[in-house]
Design a protein around this ligand. Structure first.
Ligand SMILES: [Zn+2]
Length: 332
């Protein structure tokens, strides 16, 4: 059911993860959490991984060890102190909350803590919600309750007020994850190296020898000029000629441009600490905010297409001309 076993494997939820990992590591958890956010962004996986971490007997680096007896039971879905309540049919029913009330009367079976995860809490009928509210008002010691709910569904304010609410990521961040998931055709090591060499031209990397960082810099300047409504056609054509002259190293240049766009996307989606996004200049950050994740995604597609055309032995200069014009005006 759940492939993700560790908190460290969950992507794109840095705020919520930071909060719960710190809380878990210091044993200062709230007694109830509400994970709220769009559907399918990892609320449930995070709740399960958080439970495994809290019950792990050898936890290190604010995460479960994956090896101890507790982790093994949890991974097989048989840990008696991890209880999951999912909607029966369309809703969580009052009987399910009553059953929860009964086991909460007893201490945890294996250790000092029991974690109950209530999935899609927004589906509770009023009577079940009121029953849960009584539990949340005075939860028996040794229990942590985690609710997950979609953010567009109403939940009793009295329930919300008794939970620490953690927001899960918005659509643009999900979009970025999808973008990154689609980059397998690019060698990620090469991307990192190309990006690194772009940020530090002094590094003794192959791309530094043939002026790739300078070419990437010219791409950046061209896009910024285009935003400022300055004519760029001549610059694009001259740049295309210089790029085409890279010959066999042209794909390295494309990887560098692609990696740069990934960093712009991280910045545009509010995850500026990822990748090399923190190394972007003020002008690049402004550019990324102006063209937004969608515009950046369009440009990433253009880079992929250029790469495909090169593989098909299209004329490199024509490929570069088209790419540079499309990078500047993707809707043209
Ligand atoms: Zn463990």
């Amino acid at each position: 059911m759940n492939d993700i076993l560790f908190l460290r494997d969950i992507r794109g939820q840095d705020h919520a993860l930071g909060m719960i990992r710190r809380a878990g590591a210091s044993k200062r958890m709230a007694h109830a959490y509400l994970f709220r956010g769009p559907r399918g962004v990892g609320k449930r996986s995070t709740a399960m991984a958080f439970a495994r971490f809290l019950l792990c007997r050898e936890a290190a680096d604010a995460d479960a060890c994956g090896q101890c007896v507790s982790c093994r039971k949890a991974a097989s879905g048989n840990h008696p102190d991890i209880q999951t309540i999912v909607p029966e049919g369309a809703a969580i029913k009052i009987e399910q909350i009553r059953a929860m009330q009964r086991y909460l009367a007893f201490p945890p079976l294996e250790g000092e803590l029991r974690v109950t995860i209530i999935i899609r809490a927004q589906s509770m009928a009023a009577v079940a919600a009121n029953s849960l509210l009584k539990i949340l008002e005075e939860p028996p010691p040794g229990n942590l309750i985690i609710l997950t709910a979609e953010d567009n569904a109403p939940i009793l304010p009295t329930i919300i007020s008794r939970c620490q609410v953690l927001g899960f990521n918005n659509l643009s961040q999900t979009e970025v994850s999808q973008i990154l998931a689609g980059e397998e055709e690019f060698d990620t090591t090469a991307i990192a190296l190309a990006r690194l060499s772009a940020g530090s031209p002094g590094l003794a990397l192959k791309s530094a020898d043939n002026g790739i960082p300078q070419l990437q810099e010219r791409v950046t300047v061209m896009l910024i000029h285009a935003r400022q409504k300055e004519p760029i056609i001549n610059e694009a054509l001259a740049l295309a000629e210089d790029c085409a002259a890279l010959k066999d190293d042209l794909p390295i240049f494309l990887q560098g441009v692609y990696a740069w766009l990934v960093d712009l996307a991280w910045h545009a989606s509010g995850e500026g600490q990822r990748g090399f996004a923190a190394d972007l200049s003020a002008e690049e950050m402004e550019l990324s905010r102006a063209i937004k994740v969608r515009g950046i995604h369009q440009r990433m597609e253009q880079v992929k297409q250029a790469r495909t055309r090169l593989r098909r032995k299209c004329n490199p200069r024509a490929v570069c001309e088209l790419l540079l014009l499309r990078l500047t005006y993707p809707d043209a």
